[in-house]
Write a protein that binds this ligand. Structure first.
Ligand code: NI
Length: 428
């Protein structure tokens, strides 16, 4: 008897489980089918953005085209001009539920493209060398899929097309910070946000994730060293800022090697040095710029404090003046572990279990971090590497190629992360 009761229970439970799976699979099948249908358009949209790249806070055309596409797609609400050129769209599901945000960035970089692609950049010196063209196109693709699935959406999807991810021109505001300031996470309130970045180190067909810190905190610094100009032949009559800068550059290397806890990642890089006007004049001034990266607030603070001390005291020892300016670009991109654990299943559904990899923390930064400081966020990598077509070059380089065959997975990942979140939260 007891055995029979257990037997019946097992049957009932497995029926319940299978009906859940059937419903789940239905959504998956629908997403797969619609993502496949929209792929030619995603490729076309991406190539158009790629041909017409625009720098941070200058994405006027991109923002306009995004809004036009969203109108054609038939989303429920479009807000333009957010954080200058940003666009925010709402897709309202037919069932009640919470809101979830998906974010893509839209800006390009000051790089002269060398891909030789038929749809290469038409703007000299400007290139979509970080794949934001594909991010924007894939999120438009996700919009088109979700609009056709309104009857299966419990709640609202908020699609954020963000300008100026790469950093704003001096003296301007922009990017995620300004979008948040202008209320992108309110009305309706966003309790979770997802995003993705193409990754040329990862094969097409794969997704990579990490719980906790994914990308580094980023500080940008400028150092102005002032000495006294003199004839190259009579250095004792001046104070040489170039020799002083050489000492400073060498001295700051000890921050990573001797000051930061060796078990924690931290990088200090000087990337710009500007000085001099002639081969026989010792100049008055040297300007250096660079960045400090870390994955921990204590490391970040320690590195910044050591940096200021070492630079100013090495300058003093060399008889020059040092002015140091710090600009905080963004904190660690923190993937909420609880949200990440729950979303893992969506990644597996999108890519298949063997194609979802855990990644190491990376030292690149991402201003998605600002959203993830305000609400639980989860940011993943989409593989776009394909050696057979030469899609092997790094981001931020002039030969970057993306494997467009990766785009349907990007669309699927967006849709499933959002849909699964809404269904999970609405079902609570
Ligand atoms: Ni990027």
């Amino acid at each position: 008897m007891k055995r029979r009761v257990i037997g019946v229970l097992v049957v009932l439970l497995s029926l319940a489980a299978s009906s859940r799976t059937v419903r789940g699979d239905d959504v998956l099948r629908r997403v797969e089918e619609l993502a496949k249908q929209v792929t030619p358009q995603v490729i076309e949209w991406r190539r158009d953005f790629h041909s017409n790249p625009e720098l941070s806070n200058r994405e006027v055309r991109t923002g306009r085209v995004v809004a036009e596409r969203l109108r054609e797609i038939g989303v429920d609400e479009i807000k333009t001009g957010v954080a200058h050129n940003g666009v925010v769209a709402l897709i309202r599901g037919k069932k009640p539920g919470p809101t979830v945000a998906l974010r893509a960035d839209m800006d390009a970089l000051p790089i002269q493209e060398e891909t030789g692609l038929p749809f290469a950049s038409k703007n000299p010196g400007v290139m979509h060398a970080c794949g934001h063209d594909s991010h924007t196109a894939m999120l438009l693709g996700a919009a088109k899929v979700l609009v056709q699935m309104r009857d299966q959406i419990p709640g609202t999807g908020k699609l954020i097309f963000q300008p100026a991810e790469e950093g704003v021109p001096p003296g301007e505001e922009g990017g995620a910070r300004l979008m948040i300031k202008e209320g992108v996470l309110d009305n309706p309130k966003v309790p979770a946000i997802f995003g993705l970045h193409v990754n040329p180190n990862l094969e097409t067909g794969k997704l990579a994730y990490r719980l906790g810190g994914l990308m580094a905190s980023v500080d940008r610094f400028t150092i102005k060293i002032t000495g006294k100009q003199s004839h190259a032949a009579m250095p004792w009559q001046g104070v040489d800022p170039i020799v002083a800068s050489a000492h400073i550059i060498t001295a700051v290397q000890t921050i990573a090697s001797r000051k930061i806890d060796a078990r924690q990642p931290g990088v200090v890089s000087i990337c710009i040095i500007k000085a001099g006007t002639a081969w026989n004049i010792i100049p008055r001034e040297v300007v250096m710029e660079g960045t400090i990266r870390s994955h921990d607030l204590d490391v970040r603070n320690k590195a910044a404090e050591e940096f200021k001390r070492i630079v100013s005291q090495t300058a003093a020892a060399n008889g020059v003046k040092a002015q140091i300016a710090f600009e905080d670009y963004g904190p660690v991109t923190w993937n909420d572990p609880e949200l990440g654990k729950k979303t893992f299943a969506s990644l597996v559904r999108a890519a298949g279990e063997k194609n979802v990899l855990e990644t190491q923390p990376v030292m690149g930064g991402e201003d998605f971090a600002h959203y993830a400081q305000k609400v639980p966020g989860f940011y993943i990598f989409l593989g776009v590497r394909n050696e057979s077509i030469g899609a092997v070059h790094a981001l931020h380089t002039p030969k970057l190629l993306l494997d467009e065959a990766a785009f349907p997975l990007g669309v699927k990942a967006h849709c499933l992360m959002a849909l699964d979140y809404l269904r999970r939260e609405a079902g609570k």
